[in-house]
Design a protein around this ligand. Sequence first.
Ligand SMILES: C[S@@+](CC[C@H](N)C(=O)[O-])C[C@H]1O[C@@H](n2cnc3c(N)ncnc32)[C@H](O)[C@@H]1O
Length: 189
Amino acid sequence: MIDETIPGLTSVAELHYLERLVKPVPPSSNLCEVGAFLGRTAYVLAATRPDCRVFVVDPFDADMPNWLRPENKIDGDRNRYRGQSQFDTFKTFLHDCNNIAVCFEYSPPKRSFPAMDLIFIDAAHNYDSIKADLDYWRWCAVDPTALCGHDYCEEFNDVRMAVNEFAASIKKSVYVEPGTTIWKICDAA
Ligand SMILES: C[S@@+](CC[C@H](N)C(=O)[O-])C[C@H]1O[C@@H](n2cnc3c(N)ncnc32)[C@H](O)[C@@H]1O
């Protein structure tokens, strides 16, 4: 289930692909989103799979006026933002999702999480951060193929580099869904 009116940084095609990724996870799984912004992608996970618990890891300290400057490309309906804090806005948009566990922290966290069947990484986009996220979340993933994320593209070459290196280091491949920038670790061909 998607709500394309929630403002965010993922295209509608990406929301649909994420929905396809989350549909087949086992019943009552744990899922995780690292970097949620206003919940555009967290909504897809939580609303598509109400039987699952969705951990959302984000410090929720984004400077909202800066993120929502008119020149920044934001998908969805930015008029739904009413001047509240990032977290209050997130709460408003996801008020009907009762399966979300919010973790107000920076990734990589300093504590452990239960095993996750899907982990969507879309937090800080510099090489060191992505590498640190992968090094942490790989141990929470039931399998490396449970790891996926956003912004595998020319604009975010650090993401591409860190994800490619990670996949090579564990002898896996990277799949990028055509028409999206969503990457997913998959078994090597
Ligand atoms: C690109 S936005 C996420 C976009 C969101 N997935 C969407 O579809 O609209 C990045 C988010 O990551 C958060 N963030 C930045 N650094 C982080 C970190 N180290 N750990 C967790 N979240 C972080 C920011 O607060 C922001 O909400």
